[in-house]
Each structure stands twice: as structure tokens, then as C-alpha cells.
Design a protein around this ligand. Structure first.
Ligand SMILES: [Fe+2]
Ligand SMILES: [Fe+2]
Length: 152
């Protein structure tokens, strides 16, 4: 099986998550249960995506490039803000509270800018740093994290 590029794999996951969030937003007034399950999938997927970045992708880049206080540090700070906004929506959704507009707007604004920075700057830098063998190892480690934390 051929190994995808880092930018193409992670960009695809950004778009997949965007679509799940959009489904939640579009459905929450009509079918709350359906919307709720889209939100659940979005939340799990986004948390997993952030874990891939913080535990595998960014440490690889920091070690390989010797740059640990630059772009990855900014991305990690943004992840905290993203997770905070995600949690705020989650708490309301768990109580079937539909008034999540302000929290959604906040999350959307941070996330869109964040994703663009990763796609335009960080992922291409990582792609340049990683040999084909290292990329294979990155994807393998991502699969293993997935099994460990999300199989049950
Ligand atoms: Fe990120
Ligand atoms: Fe990302």
C-alpha cells in the first residue's frame, strides 16, 4: 500500500471533520439525536487528530529539525483553545441545549485559521523533513494510538 503524503493525509482529515461539524450545525434544529451523533463523531475525530499531531507528528518534527519553540508550540497553544471550545459545545449538547451558536462560532474561527497554518506551513515542512521510511513509521504509530485509545 502506498503511503500518503503528510499534507494530503492531514488535510483530508481536516475536511472530514469540517463536514461532520457542518452536519451537526445543519441538523441540530431538525433532528437533535442525529445532530448529536455527528457531534460525537466530530469530537472524537478532532481529539484523535490533535493526539496524532501532539504525540507523533510534532515530536517527530521537533526532533528532526531541532525547532521546538516555533510553529509546533503555537499549534499546541491553539489546540488547547480548540479543545476548550469543543468542550463548551459538548457540555451543552450533552444537556440537549441548542444554544451553542456562540461556542460554535468561536471554535470555527480558531479551527479554520489553525488548519490553514498547518496546511500551508507546518505540514509541508514536515513532509520535507520525513524520509519515506519515517513517514511509514509515523502512520504506523498513528494506527497504534488509534487501537490503544479508541478500540473500546
Ligand atoms: Fe492541529
Ligand atoms: Fe491538523
Amino acid at each position: 500500500m502506498s503511503v500518503p503524503t503528510i499534507p494530503s493525509f492531514f488535510e483530508k482529515d481536516h475536511r472530514r471533520l469540517d463536514a461532520l461539524f457542518e452536519n451537526f450545525q445543519n441538523l441540530k434544529q431538525q433532528d437533535f439525536s442525529e445532530a448529536q451523533s455527528f457531534f460525537k463523531e466530530f469530537k472524537q475525530g478532532l481529539e484523535k487528530h490533535i493526539l496524532w499531531e501532539e504525540e507523533i507528528l510534532f515530536p517527530f518534527f521537533e526532533k528532526k529539525s531541532g525547532i521546538s519553540s516555533g510553529p509546533t508550540e503555537v499549534m499546541k497553544q491553539e489546540h488547547s483553545a480548540i479543545l476548550k471550545a469543543l468542550q463548551a459545545i459538548h457540555q451543552k449538547v450533552a444537556q440537549r441545549d441548542l444554544q451553542t451558536g456562540a461556542e460554535e462560532k468561536e471554535l470555527f474561527e480558531i479551527l479554520m485559521k489553525h488548519n490553514l497554518k498547518e496546511e500551508n506551513v507546518l505540514y509541508p515542512m514536515i513532509e520535507t523533513e520525513a524520509s519515506p521510511m519515517e513517514k511509514k513509521e509515523i502512520f504506523k504509530a498513528m494506527d497504534e494510538i488509534h487501537e490503544k485509545r479508541y478500540s473500546g
